[in-house]
Ligand binder design. Structure first.
Ligand code: P6P
Length: 338
């Protein structure tokens, strides 16, 4: 008999690092909201939830109808629960303190409601990414502000994603390894189908958007050139490339069978800090990757140790099989030493 998400979380509460009850309830609320998002994604054109809105989000990107619908599903599901002091989202410029009419909790939730939204209208993989932080104690006596969220990724108490693909999966860590739950649509429940997911230290697969090649910094160009050259170059084997244009899809593959995923900073003026967002893409994924035995850097530094200075800041990302991520960091260090 497979374990339900609830049973898994209740058992986590009994471990020595006891999962607090408020955090368990928060995760269950987020998981339930992801079920609703998955259902909405799955219904697609039937319910008219596809296509773009004629509005731009805080990222300067055209908002998809599903971006807004999914954001509101997570907001509505979490406002009243009493577990949160505030929420923040890729789709909302400012943080969203819990309204006074609801009890305030001890946690902060930050999320990307639909990651990979350019895939929506072509039936590609999309997902929801979430990160949970502990609110500063002082929030008990005041309204939460953006600065309360600006904690390094090492402070996360839970992180995960839902991936809406051929299966709908919830991949989660509360600091005791990475575990996966499949949505049983008939029962409407999450059922554990993988535990302690582990990233192999070496790999033959890499994921990067090759269209940006002419903009890459020298260490990235050297690293990718060697992967493409394979045995005819400096590497002992050949490599294969995958690119899903959905971080959730690419990271799920890395967690499932290894690989290296890269969205590095590059020489373009708008890419000095990369494309992906630290708080609700890089940090939660880095937390999961490290929990699975992999590494996650911005090319040079451990992502989880970066001190955020703004809610929507971007960061370069190199994550996955430890040997490959370490090699990229060596190339950056080597180029820094000339
Ligand atoms: P590109 C999706 O928009 C996203 O934020 C990530 O999910 C994904 O890895 C990346 O951007 C795709 O970027 O340049 O291929 O469109």
């Amino acid at each position: 008999m497979k374990k339900s998400l609830t049973q898994f979380l209740v058992e986590q509460q009994r471990l020595e690092n006891a999962l607090p009850a408020q955090l368990r309830l928060l995760i269950e609320v987020v998981a339930r909201a992801c079920k609703v998002i998955g259902h909405t994604v799955n219904k697609g054109a039937i319910t008219g939830s596809l296509g773009s809105l004629d509005q731009i989000n805080v990222q300067g990107e055209v908002q998809k109808r599903l971006d807004v619908v999914s954001n509101d599903i997570l907001l509505d599901a979490n406002e009243w629960g009493g577990n949160l002091a505030a929420l923040a989202s890729e789709e909302m410029e400012a943080i969203h303190p819990i309204p006074h009419r609801f009890p305030k909790g001890e946690y902060l939730l930050v999320y990307d409601p639909i990651d990979g939204s350019s895939n929506i209208d072509v039936n590609g993989v999309v997902g929801t990414i979430f990160s949970v932080l502990k609110a500063p104690d002082s929030v008990a006596g005041r309204e939460a502000v953006e600065a309360d969220f600006l904690q390094p990724g090492t402070q996360q108490v839970a992180a995960g994603y839902a991936i809406y693909g051929p299966q709908t999966l919830l991949v989660l860590s509360v600091g005791t390894g990475v575990h996966a739950f499949s949505l049983d649509r008939e029962m409407g429940s999450w059922v554990q189908t993988a535990d302690n997911m582990t990233i192999p230290r070496s790999t033959r697969e890499f994921a990067i958007n090759m269209a940006n090649q002419r903009h890459w910094e020298a260490p990235v160009r050297r690293y990718i050139d060697e992967l493409v050259a394979g045995k005819e170059g400096a590497r002992a084997q050949d490599f294969n490339m995958r690119w899903m244009a959905s971080m959730v899809g690419d990271v799920h593959r890395v967690l499932t069978r290894g690989g290296v995923f890269m969205y590095p900073t590059d020489t373009r003026p708008n890419m000095q800090n990369g494309k992906l967002r630290l708080m609700y893409e890089a940090n939660p994924m880095a937390f999961l990757v490290e929990q699975a035995g992999g590494m996650a850097t911005d090319g040079k530094r451990r992502i989880l140790e970066i001190q955020p200075d703004s809610l929507h800041q971007r960061v370069g990302v190199v994550l996955g099989s430890a040997e490959e991520v370490a090699r990229v960091a060596d190339y950056y260090a080597g180029s820094a030493n000339g």
